[in-house]
Design a protein around this ligand. Structure first.
Ligand SMILES: [Zn+2]
Length: 210
């Protein structure tokens, strides 16, 4: 039976690199995969960008109001059709071997439910990669639902500045840590993020969580 996997980690834990590597592993065996991510208004929105410099365009973007399973079915059908056209219908239709989702924290809970349906009812494994918590230490909606229902949850680890395992994603604006603001930094605010362990986070926040 196909399963829903959630691979989460703090910022800079190599999630996009791991996703692109997983896609490559499938394709090396001659299998087709589909890549998707939630539609968010940032530059390079339709690209999956690894910190190692590799990037790749997604097959489709999932808007806030989109039905994820319908979108998947549409693109799965296109893969079959394109393959059949090229092959002159002489070979069995190409099946999608896997659906890979980047930035899965930005999906809605309903869309995550659809990922489980895609895995279980449609029989396609779904690998969702994302950040567990926002800069105020609260789970993103998509991540919370993935933690609820994914068959398998795996942590991709990264290291804090002090050498401990990073747990949180602290927001840095103008060279200083900030602990107030919207969950997603709005355009025009130059925010970056630093992965911190719980000790360093609490030190910087003065003991505050969220
Ligand atoms: Zn630390």
């Amino acid at each position: 039976m196909a399963k829903l996997y959630f691979r989460y980690g703090a910022m800079n834990s190599g999630k996009s690199t791991a996703l692109l590597q997983a896609a490559y592993n499938y394709e090396e065996r001659g299998q087709r995969v589909l890549l998707a991510k939630p539609l968010i208004d940032t530059k390079g929105a339709d690209q999956i960008e690894s910190r190692l410099g590799v990037s790749r365009k997604v097959d489709f973007l999932i808007g806030q109001d989109d039905v994820a399973r319908d979108l998947f079915a549409e693109h799965q059908a296109r893969v079959r059709y394109t393959h059949d056209e090229l092959a002159g219908l002489s070979r069995p239709p190409a099946e999608v071997a896997c659906l890979l989702i980047d930035e899965a924290q930005f999906l809605t809970a309903d869309q995550v439910d659809d990922l489980l349906r895609i895995a279980v009812l449609d029989g396609i494994p779904v690998l969702a990669y994302g950040i567990r918590t926002d800069f105020r230490t609260h789970a993103f909606p998509g991540s919370r639902r993935l933690l609820d229902i994914a068959h398998t949850v795996e942590e991709l680890k990264t290291i804090c500045r002090c050498g401990r395992k990073a747990l949180f994603n602290a927001r840095v604006v103008g060279g200083r840590f900030v602990f107030e603001g919207d969950q997603v930094a709005i355009d025009g605010v130059e925010a970056r993020y630093e992965s911190l362990c719980a000790e360093c986070y609490l030190h910087e926040s003065g003991g505050r969580l969220g």
